[in-house]
Design a protein around this ligand. Structure first.
Ligand code: MN
Length: 298
């Protein structure tokens, strides 16, 4: 009885279950549900996260022309790209580039800024097939917004791993679960996992009170806190209060779990620039127009 009472007093309740918003195209390669910033899920509410674009599972036909999004700038935040199905190639104005393979993550710190382009990888593009991808924007604290751009290419094999009791597992990208750390370094406290329970598996998650916490159901469905159901392709947003979340898998599932300490700093956004003030946005636009982000061919 005592244990149950403790769980109840510390529970992090579901604030809302969000159905996938209508899809829009990013370039011609990414057909995404823009979960946030959208409606009540503002940049302030979701901080330190700012944007979540989810390309739910689709089957692209074989194509010759590479599909994706051409050269564009970023400044003031990080883009975290998670490939669940399919592969994405990227190139940037600093000479960097690479492929995000199936199951892999690219954590890009845009910082002071760069131009990049993101395309379906050549062989995948020619063959076609299943495609499922998440891009999460993680805001940078004011003091780090102009940090030097960098990548963390995190292969699936490099992720932290915790085996669950019924054969499921947790892949830790950033932060910590069950004493195991993820490889990504972050500028503010962030936990990011793929939770992969088998049917019937029960998992207890715990995050500090005050953290912004959400779970996106990539595959399958689960019950949260013994009450709410989270179906495939929907997002659960939790209250800031409370610490403990109980997950019970209704079937074999894949869940993207994100939790982070809010930055509590002013947010000024214009397209691909995410700063603290309008003056910094004006400066970013000026720097872009005068070539300070470098050059990148189509
Ligand atoms: Mn981009």
């Amino acid at each position: 009885m005592k244990a149950e009472k403790k769980l109840e007093t510390n529970v992090k309740n579901v604030e809302r279950i969000v159905a996938p918003p209508p899809k829009h195209w990013v370039g011609d390669g990414f057909n995404v549900h823009g979960f946030f910033p959208h409606g009540p899920l503002t940049g302030e509410r979701m901080s330190p996260f700012f944007l979540l674009d989810y390309n739910s599972l689709v089957d692209f036909p074989p194509r010759e022309k590479p599909f994706g999004v051409g050269p564009h700038p970023h400044r003031g935040f990080e883009t975290v790209s998670i490939a669940y199905k399919g592969k994405v190639a990227h190139h940037d104005s600093r000479g960097g580039g690479g492929v995000i393979g199936e199951g892999d993550v690219q954590w890009m710190t845009a910082g002071s800024g760069l131009l990049h382009k993101e395309y379906h990888e050549g062989e995948y593009n020619k063959q076609g097939g299943p495609f499922q991808m998440v891009q999460l924007w993680v805001n940078l604290p004011a003091k780090d917004k102009m940090t030097t751009p960098k990548y963390q290419a995190i292969t699936n094999a490099e992720m932290g791993r915790v085996a669950l009791e019924n054969g499921g597992e947790v892949e830790i990208i950033a932060g910590e679960f069950g004493g195991v750390k993820g490889p990504a370094t972050t500028f503010s406290p962030v936990h990011l996992y793929n939770l992969k329970p088998k049917e019937g598996e029960k998992i207890e998650l715990s995050f500090p009170a005050g953290y912004t916490t959400a779970i996106l159901a990539i595959e399958g469905s689960v019950t949260l806190n013994n009450s709410e159901t989270l179906p495939t392709n929907q997002l659960a947003l939790f209250e800031r209060d409370g610490e403990d979340i109980r997950v019970e898998a209704l079937e074999d599932s894949i869940l993207l779990v994100m939790s982070g300490e809010p930055l509590n700093e002013p947010i000024a956004q214009y397209g691909p620039f995410l700063m603290n003030t309008r003056a910094e946005i004006a400066e970013a636009i000026d720097d872009y127009n005068t070539g300070k982000f470098g050059y990148l061919a189509d």
